[in-house]
Design a protein around this ligand. Structure first.
Ligand code: HT7
Ligand code: ZN
Length: 855
């Protein structure tokens, strides 16, 4: 497949200021008539070139006159029309088949609905068009459809008119006054019920809000509606951004390749990020609904009003919008726990990506298939880059920068460089060196050494940085980053305030006067830079910080590092002293100043894959054994504490307050350790929690504990859960996922059998992710045995590729980590990648991921 390069960007030759679309909707054959007002952009004699995929032009007219076959041509799948003047009206007619669209890109059918997904390049599967984000058009959309099958007809913008037709059909017209790229186009037709509400903007305009779902799901939309209204108010308060249309609609669909889509005025969501009630959604699900609703809403400014010039600039909208949704969720709940969660996700997904064959910069230089670049690097590292600018500038100057960015670029397709320049000009800062964060891939490693000069009473912190080589980037330059630190006096357990260090050189020393004795270093407080810190802090220092650090992230981090050191040492065959870990956990759960949610985060053992990420060569069995034993020892040593905690956190009635959510989180953690303790009644206690829970957080928490064990209640709990929720696809996903993630010796065989279960289907991406996505993330399970896990995932990639290449491609990266495993495992993983590559007719989505993984 062809490689698209950032350096090849050229402005569009033709613009399309206005487009009128007319859809005669039908699941099997939808007719699309598109009338494009096109204008020549600059002085050239090039023909009009309209992207298309799988389209056949049934008729083409220019200025109302039908073209003869010699007046147009196809270049591959693109339609090419030579035009004589500088402005024309070009009309095309095509027929598409939504019900046969298994890729879920373009116009497709899901659960009786017709809906669209156009980002990144789905619009070309609907009609011929310059499918690139820097061509901005005003859209008017008319839809006709069978009224009984599709009583609701929605599109971008505001509704203009509607009416009935003969033959049981009806029509609706929607206009969107804001010029937008075609990736933001959307329509939905179907039998939907609406949770209708309203919002009055800061300038007093009334906006009608609608969340559209299947009628039976209406009671599960309240949380999403609250999140939407909170997001609208937050964006006004924090960024001064007001909503701009009279209507804002959200539709939930069951089959969706991603989380959600920010189409102008008509967001389309994967139903898992809209629907929530206590019976079916965990607290994590509730938080995800809030976060994704906010994310898509915030795109109205960061993405829609200011969009991307080309797809290399994807992080311009995604990194900034993730930063915005993270800040919103922090303000809505616990900032400390939110930061810990976000860093955990960053490390699990992005650090792993950055250290493997698919590493790429936040602003990539090339791609084969843009869908493969909706990555943790673009999203999560991109958000960290924005966060660092926020840290360097402070909130007021950052706001001045963002105001300038929105003012300057409203209605434009902008670049990452435009954003940085606005921050420089609005915030008054020089970000010349900082720009390397956009172009250099790889996670910087910072070595921190603290020494003490007794003669001068100075503490001297020496930081040195190295950015590891990544594909195509063997040599790296030093990066600029903010490192927040504090130096604790050992005796008083206090410090003299944070210092924000500006690390810019390969090696830099910072001197701090006023220390008669060596202090304890708290570093990268709040995770001020997305880096790995290597420091020579002792276990005693880490234990000190895990008890006294007043920065919640640093306190959590000290505790995690304490655990990681023991686990990595154990895996390496050293006899490690685990008493500081157990003591730290005991002290943390006894600390009445800490809230339950933080305690639960702090005392949780690092994941098996995070432990693996600390090693050059991952030994999944040794890691599993070491972690399992430590968990068992913590469980047994503190058994009475776990019993007491589990009892103390039992709630009397369900609430969504932060305190109640924290208590549930801690209750599940206590149950996990109690079960690990080997206590004879642990299985029964877990089953009782499972059985009596009045909410999904506790029920699924207990199910996860039971599913990882070999106790008597395992099968019963899984059966009860299945029968109770057999009709609820989102909960059934949890049933598949819980088993795929379980620490069970037979996980491989269990997943294999689940792949043949009557409720498993390759046509629903949520189901695929909940079984095979989860399994590939289960380090011990996936790497078990003789490579059968690799074969199973490769089989799915091959089978899924012809149906839904985007979802198939997302299963490839776990196999691409072959260099990190022993020769036998690594060889087996490579062999599966080669087998996938040898499949005839492989999509460019999967081809790109596999080729890069093998390089
Ligand atoms: N901007 C949206 C991206 C998206 C997407 C990308 C590829 C294929 C399907 C997709 N659905 C949505 C989501 C977001 O970041 O808000
Ligand atoms: Zn986004």
């Amino acid at each position: 497949p062809a490689i698209i390069r950032r350096s090849d960007y050229r402005a569009p030759l033709w613009l399309v200021p206005d487009v009128a679309l007319d859809f005669a909707l039908d699941a099997d054959a939808t007719q699309v008539r598109a009338t494009l007002a096109v204008t020549r952009n600059g002085d050239h004699d090039q023909p009009l070139r309209l992207d298309g995929e799988g389209l056949v032009p049934l008729s083409i007219t220019v200025d109302g006159i039908a073209l003869t076959p010699d007046q147009w041509s196809m270049d591959g799948s693109a339609l090419v029309i030579p035009l004589s003047g500088n402005a024309h009206a070009v009309e095309t007619l095509v027929t598409i088949a939504p019900a046969a669209n298994t890729q879920l890109m373009g116009l497709y059918a899901s659960g009786g609905l017709l809906c669209t997904q156009c980002e990144a390049e789905g619009f070309r599967r609907i009609t011929f068009f310059p499918d690139r984000p820097d061509v901005l058009s005003r859209y008017s959309v008319r839809m006709t459809a069978d009224k009984a099958l599709y009583p609701v007809l929605l599109a971008n913008g505001d509704p203009v008119a509607s009416g009935d037709l003969e033959d049981g059909r009806h029509w609706a017209q929607w206009n969107d006054p804001f010029p937008k790229p075609c990736y933001l186009f959307a329509l939905v037709a179907g039998d939907l019920a609406c949770n209708a509400d309203g919002f009055t903007t800061m300038s007093g305009r009334k906006v009608s809000l609608g969340i559209w779902v299947k009628a039976a799901d209406l009671p599960r939309t309240a949380h999403a509606m609250k999140a939407l209204k909170d997001s609208m108010a937050w964006d006004e308060r924090v960024y001064g951004r007001e909503y701009d249309l009279a209507a804002f609609n959200i539709v939930a669909v069951a089959d969706f390749n991603f989380g959600a889509m920010e189409n102008k005025g008509l967001n389309i969501f994967n139903s898992r990020y809209i629907l929530a009630d206590p019976e079916t959604a965990t607290d994590m699900d509730y938080d995800a609904v809030e976060g994704v609703v906010a994310h898509e809403y915030f795109h109205n400014w960061s993405g829609n009003r200011v969009t991307c010039r080309d797809w290399f600039q994807l992080s311009l909208k995604e990194g900034f919008t993730v930063f915005r949704d993270q800040s919103f969720s922090a303000d809505m709940g616990s900032p400390a726990v939110k930061r810990i969660d976000d860093v955990r996700i960053l490390r699990a997904a992005q650090f792993q990506e950055d250290s493997g064959p698919l590493a790429h910069p936040v602003r990539p230089e090339s791609y084969m298939e843009i869908s493969n670049f909706y990555t943790a690097t673009i999203y999560n590292k991109g958000a960290e880059v924005i966060r660092m600018m926020h840290t360097l500038l402070g909130p007021e100057r950052f706001r001045a920068g963002s105001d300038l960015y929105f003012d300057r670029h409203d209605g434009q397709a902008a670049t990452c460089e435009d954003f940085v320049k606005a921050m420089e000009d609005g915030g008054g800062i020089d970000l010349t060196q900082f720009r390397l964060w956009y172009s250099q891939a790889g996670t910087p490693r910072i070595n921190a050494t603290l020494t003490h000069d007794a003669a001068t009473g100075e503490a001297i912190l020496t930081l040195s940085q190295a950015v590891p080589p990544t594909p195509g980037q063997p040599d790296k330059k030093p990066m600029a980053m903010p490192i927040r630190i504090a130096l604790f006096d050992r005796a008083s357990a206090r410090h003299h305030g944070d210092a924000l260090l500006h690390l810019t050189q390969a090696e830099q020393s910072f001197r701090f006067p006023g220390f008669s004795a060596p202090p304890v270093l708290s570093i990268n407080r709040g995770f001020s830079a997305p880096v790995v810190i290597d420091s020579d802090r002792s276990q005693a220092d880490l234990a000190f910080l895990s008890a006294h650090d007043d920065d919640p992230f640093a306190r959590y981090e000290a505790m995690q590092q304490l655990m990681v050191n023991v686990l990595v040492g154990t895996v390496a065959g050293q006899a490690m002293d685990d008493t500081p870990v157990i003591a730290a956990i005991r002290d943390t759960i006894a600390d009445s100043k800490l809230d339950d949610a933080f305690i639960a985060e702090a005392i949780r053992l690092p994941s098996e894959s995070y432990i693996g990420d600390q090693m050059l060569l991952v030994d999944p069995d040794a890691i599993h054994l070491a972690r399992d034993r430590l968990q068992a020892k913590i469980g047994a040593t503190l058994e009475q504490e776990w019993r007491a905690l589990h009892a103390r956190t039992e709630a009397n009635g369900f609430s969504l307050s932060s305190a109640a959510k924290g208590a549930r989180k801690l209750r599940n953690t206590a149950l996990l350790y109690l079960s690990a303790s080997g206590a004879k009644d642990a299985d029964a206690i877990a089953f009782a929690q499972f059985d009596r829970a009045d909410n999904m957080t506790e029920r699924q928490g207990a199910l996860a504990v039971l599913a990882s064990g070999i106790g008597d209640h395992r099968e019963a709990a899984l059966d009860i859960f299945y029968n109770r929720y057999a009709d609820d696809a989102l909960v059934l996903d949890k049933w598949f996922q819980t088993q795929a993630l379980a620490f069970h010796p037979d996980t491989l065989a269990i997943v294999d059998a689940l792949g043949r279960h009557k409720d498993f289907t390759l046509s629903n991406p949520n189901r695929v992710r909940s079984l095979y996505g989860a399994f590939a993330a289960n380090q011990w399970g996936f790497h078990q045995g003789d490579g059968a896990g690799y074969r199973m995932v490769a089989d799915i990639v091959i089978a899924l590729d012809s149906l839904n290449p985007q979802t198939a491609a997302r299963l490839v990266p776990p196999l691409g980590r072959w260099r990190r495993f022993d020769a036998v495992r690594g060889g087996a993983m490579r062999a599966e990648l080669e087998r996938i590559l040898a499949t005839p007719g492989l999509s460019k989505d999967v081809t790109e991921q596999v080729v890069k993984s093998l390089e």
